[in-house]
Structures are given as C-alpha cells and as structure tokens.
Design a protein around this ligand. Structure first.
Ligand SMILES: NC(=O)c1ccc[n+]([C@@H]2O[C@H](COP(=O)([O-])OP(=O)(O)OC[C@H]3O[C@@H](n4cnc5c(N)ncnc54)[C@H](OP(=O)(O)O)[C@@H]3O)[C@@H](O)[C@H]2O)c1
Length: 288
C-alpha cells in the first residue's frame, strides 16, 4: 500500500488525485487528522485512517502495511509546535511498521545554516532520514507559487507590493510538485536522498512579479521596499503570532541571500513538460 499523509492539505490532496490516475484506490491509504474531511476519498475506495504526528500510536495504525510513505512536512512551527520532533515520531513509526521507503516533502532551502527557519527544520529532518536505515527520498520543493499570492495578496490586489528587499525565487506550483511527487511515489523514477531542486523554470523577484502582475491585470502594480523591522512591527500590530513572523522575516532574508533562486531541470524532466510559468499562474489567480 502507498500511504500519503496530509491528504486533506493543499499538496496532499493533489498527490492523492494524481495517484488515483495510476494505481487502484485499494492500493492507496491516507493518514489524516480529520477523517470527516476525507469522506470523498473513502467513498472512492481509499483507506482513510486518522493519525497525528504528535501521537505515534495513531501513526502505527494508519501506516499499517505501508510499502511507501509520502510524508508531508508538518507546518507546526507556524503554530508554536516542533516539526522536527513530529518528523522524528513519524520516522520512528515508519521503522517499526516496516515502511520500505519514505518520500519526504523537503525544500530547496534545506540547510542547517538557512536564513529561512523551515530550511533548518528540513535539514534536520533529512539528517534523521539519513540515519534511519530506511530508503528515503527528500523531495526538495521549490517555493510554492501559492505562497507568493498569499504573502502578497494585499499588494497584488491594491496595486502596490510593499515588502522588504528580496531576491529571485524559482516559484513552483502545487499542481506541478504534486505530479512529480506522485511519479516518484509510484516508482516511475527512483531517487535516493535529496533530489535536485524541483522548481519552475524562472526565478523572479518581487519587482519582476509586480511587472508581470501589471501586465496580467492591465493596471499598474508597483514595488516598494520597507525595512524588516517595519514589516515586523506591522505584523505585530495585526496580532500575527511569533512563529509566523519568524518564518515571514526569514523568507525575505533568505530570498535576499539567493536561497530560493536556483532553477533546475529535474521537475521538467519528471513531468515530461514545462512546469507552469508565473505569467500563466498569475493570470489564473489575478484575473476575474
Ligand atoms: N515549498 C514551499 O514553499 C512550502 C511553503 C509552505 C509550506 N510548505 C510545507 O509543505 C507542507 C505541505 O504544504 P501544503 O500547502 O499542503 O500545506 P497545508 O495545506 O497547510 O497542509 C499541511 C498538511 O499537514 C497536515 N498536518 C499538519 N500538522 C500535522 C500533524 N501534527 N499530524 C498530521 N498531519 C499534520 C495538515 O493536516 P490537516 O489537513 O488536518 O490540517 C495538512 O493536511 C506544509 O505543511 C509545509 O511544511 C512548503
């Protein structure tokens, strides 16, 4: 059985949909925190079991019979939790239940010295995987294009992106990443250890995004720089929790240092087509 965690999340639900096109539903299991959000999957014949990375006994039950485990990285850091401890729980249970391979959703910034806090968490998790004795693949995802439109939603809507200094980012869509992750989960290609960066084909900073957004919207979108301190003060005013602020500020520091800028052909090779470009992506998200 191929088991996918986080299957009610943005990435996980797309992976399940992709996998359904390749293997019978009876070969797919999902491990979700809220089975009531996965009734559509159960109705299609997918095994749905409840599990939380915080509770190893729930993982043991949900991952029973898993030949391969697609482990979606936790977003606990944003909410004051400890993603590394959660991933350690997950890896320990995968050992116990005899998982053959773990495919973990890592990030292009995975490094112990990353300025982006999740990059350090991904590096720590990759180190746990390297020492666990199970075959593993770290799917080093490019920065989600969906995160761009979430982070800069106000600026894209109002026509003025006001944010700290940044740098080029190889934006990559959930759809393209899910398709590539699924190809690797289904064994169409086997990669041991960290993949090359799975990215779109162009790295664009916020000035270039503003230019594209202006063209797509047909109205000007400007790009103005503020300091990290000013952004942090604004975020505090809005009551944004410290975990989210640390990730947000780390994003700009790491982008400015070029941590998200590498463009690599691996995603194109796995997909057998060009990944979605940012003009098309913005067209879809900003029009109408
Ligand atoms: N590449 C990037 O640029 C980028 C950007 C942002 C985040 N990420 C990482 O990629 C992951 C997937 O992204 P996404 O867009 O699919 O995010 P998402 O929609 O928030 O999904 C996260 C999934 O993780 C599950 N989850 C969280 N804590 C869990 C726990 N303690 N036990 C079991 N499951 C847990 C959630 O379960 P529920 O459905 O029950 O909430 C959800 O299904 C994120 O969690 C984050 O680590 C990457």
């Amino acid at each position: 059985m191929l088991v996918i965690t986080g299957a009610t999340g943005q990435l996980g639900k797309r992976i399940v949909a992709e996998l359904l096109r390749r293997v019978p539903a009876q070969r797919i299991g999902v491990s979700v925190r809220s089975p009531d959000k996965a009734t559509d999957l159960a109705a299609q014949g997918i095994r749905v079991r409840q599990a939380d990375y915080e509770r190893p006994e729930s993982l043991r039950h949900a991952w029973e019979g898993a030949e391969q485990l697609l482990l979606v990285s936790s977003d606990a850091a944003a909410h004051g939790g400890d993603p590394i401890a959660q991933h350690a729980n997950a890896i320990a249970v995968a050992q116990e239940v005899g998982v053959g391979r773990i495919l973990y959703t890592s990030h292009v910034s995975a490094s112990p010295t990353s300025l982006f806090p999740p990059g350090r968490d991904h590096a720590a998790t990759e180190a746990l995987l390297a020492g666990c004795g199970i075959a593993w693949t770290a799917l080093r995802h490019g920065f989600y294009a969906e995160s761009l439109v979430a982070m800069e939603a106000q600026g894209l809507a109002n026509g003025a992106i006001i944010a700290p200094a940044d740098g080029p980012v190889a934006w990559t869509t959930h759809d393209d990443l899910a398709a590539a992750d699924t190809a690797l989960l289904a064994g169409e290609q086997v990669i041991d250890g960290p993949t090359q960066p799975l990215t779109g084909t162009e790295a664009l900073d916020l000035s270039e995004i503003a230019r594209l957004a202006s063209e797509v919207k047909g109205t000007p979108v400007s790009r103005d720089v503020i300091s990290l301190d000013d952004l942090d003060a604004q975020a505090r005013q809005y009551g944004i929790p410290s975990g989210i602020r640390a990730i947000m500020l780390g994003y700009y520091r790491a982008a400015h240092a070029g941590e998200f800028s590498k463009v690599d052909p691996l995603l194109t090779t796995i997909l057998g087509r060009q990944p979605t470009g940012m003009r098309d992506f913005l067209q879809r998200h900003l029009s109408g």
